[in-house]
Each structure stands twice: as structure tokens, then as C-alpha cells.
Design a protein around this ligand. Sequence first.
Ligand code: NDP
Length: 397
Amino acid sequence: MAKVLIIGAGGVSSVAVHKCAQAADVFTDIVLASRTRARCDTIAASVKQRFGRSIETARVDADNVPELTALIRSVQPDLVMNIALPYQDLHIMDACLEAGVNYLDTANYEPPDDAHFEYKWQWAYADRFRQAGLCALLGSGFDPGVTNVFCAYAQKHLFDEIHVLDIIDANAGDHGLPFATNFNPEINLREVSARGRYWERGEWVETDPLSWKMSFDFPEGIGRRSCYLMYHEELESLVKNLRGLRRARFWMTFGDAYLNHLQVFRNVGLIGIEPVDFQGQKIVPLQFLARLLPDPASLGPRTVGKTCIGCLMRGQKDGKERVRYIYNICDHQECYRELGSQAISYTTGVPAMVGAMMLVTGAWNRPGVWNMEQMDPDPFLEALGRYGLPWKVVDLA
Ligand code: NDP
């Protein structure tokens, strides 16, 4: 029925490709292209072994818009799924417009030379996508992604108005290594070392990086963990699209070992993105550090424990004050047994496939540039559970 071109061949892409292959009635043709073709071929071999399906692979530099446009024109997909890095977003959107193809990604644009992400650059494409009759779906991972859809579901079914939103992301997994990130190390470290920010009564309030802490009792055996306030990209669109919102915050759990390493990296300048001279060469400290860290895609066999990502919301329904929590629990070892990946890649790759499914089946295909909460949450959440990420709603008050 639909042909997809998937760009990027890392941990998240591997899950998305396998899940597209599993949904064979929807994704009849899959082409996987990335900077290093060998990584595409490894994923293709695993798909063949697990699902008996052949997928095509190609090499492409997604920062080279003419090269990517030529690839898109030769493949003629219904959709390009960008599962490379946030640096490529605008180039891939440009190529999609040139070639007349729909677009989807999992993370918003970030300029390589400024550790700062914001939707303004991608929202500025809205008129061009609308005029071309094309759809661009932004942030179809877990957070952003499923968290936005949880909010849309809550707004549609659980509340008349949501007043307070706390998105809480726990990775209670243990990989047994002194330090590793669970998705691309460069992007991860840029994000966690940024200043915190939350939204209250129409204003953004800044905090020092990871300086605010709370404790949350996670369900299903995970228990109480420390969570740190961070800025996260879905807040930017949610504060525009949720009715009656007064406060929105994002929290993530970190263990002491992670925080101690982060502090040392920061203290000695290893998180820096300004090039420094080293033996006659310019190197970017963070890129050098990222090169030394484990590939997140390799953590699958050694990671045990669970993730729990959800939205805690306080608001009104039928004149009564309500507190409701929507969440998913995902087990690292179950993901490894199913697809050879750890749960962070899994919880991002599955919604990338489900977002693509919504788009190519027409359930969510509207010309323009959209964040996930702007679409009908029901078909997405039905498919999300069916493809491996069941979710629950709990009434807390
Ligand atoms: P990886 O680093 O494992 O994979 C990135 C892939 O993109 C690699 O295969 C890399 O190629 C490829 N790539 C990089 N630059 C280019 C380029 N110029 N042209 C073509 N291919 C390129 O990252 P992850 O899989 O961990 O993360 C993928 C994306 O998912 C990121 O944008 C990340 O921010 C996002 N993410 C979103 C989450 C969410 O919940 N929304 C959660 C986690 C991640 P090569 O193999 O040659 O290095």
C-alpha cells in the first residue's frame, strides 16, 4: 500500500524499520538510506531474518539537499521518515518539498553550532507544505510524540480543561556501564546540559541545569525515583494547543553516576561545542567525547529494568477537580528479545512507525506542518498498543 524512505540507521531507526516491516499490510515497500550504508545493510539483514522481508538500502548524505532530492525522486516514496539527527531536519524538509513527498521526524531542529532547539525553524515551513499539499508531522517519538498524543487524548476524553501538566520520563534501566547515554550521545548531552525551563501562566521561567528536583513514585514496581526539571521540546507546542493550561513542566530521572559524570564533563569543558585547537587540528570537545562513549544501539543485550514515561495532569471535568496519569511501561529485556534493541530506541522507534502509519493511511494526512497533539489521538493510541507500547490511564483524584 505505501512506500517509505527511512533516513538514518542508528538505534531508533533500527526499531522503526523492523516495525514497518512487521506492519507489512501498510508498508509494502521500505527503503533505508543513511550516511554509512553498512549500518543500513546490518538492519536489512536482521529484518530479513526476523520477518523474511527484503528492504532496499542506499547511501546518502542528508545534509546534501540535491543528493537527497535525487534519491527521493528515484525511490518515489509516499513518505520520508527522518530518523537521522536533528541537524538534518531542515535539509530533509527542503528535499521533501523539492521532490513533493510527505515528511516525518522524531526530534526538532537544532543548529549544530548552537546547542538550542526550537520549533520556529520548522513551523516556518507550514505555508510551503500547505501550498504543496504535503504533510509534515513533527516529533513522532515518545517524548516528544506519545506524550503529545497522551495530552490530546486527555483533552479529548478526560478533561474539559487541563490546568497543570507534568511530563515525567523515567529510565529505570541499568546497563552496568559507568556512563552511557541511551540515544545519540551528542544530542543527549546537549539536551541535559541546557538550562531548564518551564511554563507558568503564559511565561517561560528559566532554571539552572538540573537544579530542580522532585521525587515521584513510579508504578508497577519501579518505585520512588528522583526526577530533575529540564526543558523539553514538546512543551513549546503543548502550551499553545492545550486549553486552559496554567503550568507545564518536564522531568527526567537520572542516577547519581550519570549526574557525577556529567558534572565532571562539564567542569573540564568536554560538553563544549566551540572547536578547540588540538595538535594542529580543530576538534569539538563534545563530538570527541561522544566518539568515546558506547553506541546506544549496542546497549540492548546488557540493559535490564524498565522505562516509564507519562503525563500527570490536573484539571477539570464536569465541574470537578481531577488528577489523572497516563503512562507506558516498557521493559528493556523484552525489547531486546523482540528486536535486539533497548527500550529507549524501542519507545521512540515504535511511535515513529505508528505516526508514519497514521500519515500514509490518511488518518492523519493534512497539508501543513503539525505537532502530534493537533491530530486525533484515538487511532494513534489504538495502533501504539497493538505494536508493542500499551498504555494506561489512572485516576489519582
Ligand atoms: P544514532 O546516532 O544512533 O543514529 C543516527 C543515524 O543518523 C546514524 O545512522 C547516522 O549515520 C545517521 N546520520 C547522521 N547524519 C547523517 C547525515 N548527514 N546523512 C545521513 N544520515 C545521517 O541516533 P539515535 O538512533 O539514538 O537517534 C535518532 C534520532 O531520534 C535523533 O534525532 C534523536 O534525537 C531522536 N530521538 C527522539 C526521541 C523521542 O522520544 N522523540 C528519543 C530518542 C531519540 P552514521 O551511522 O554514519 O553515524
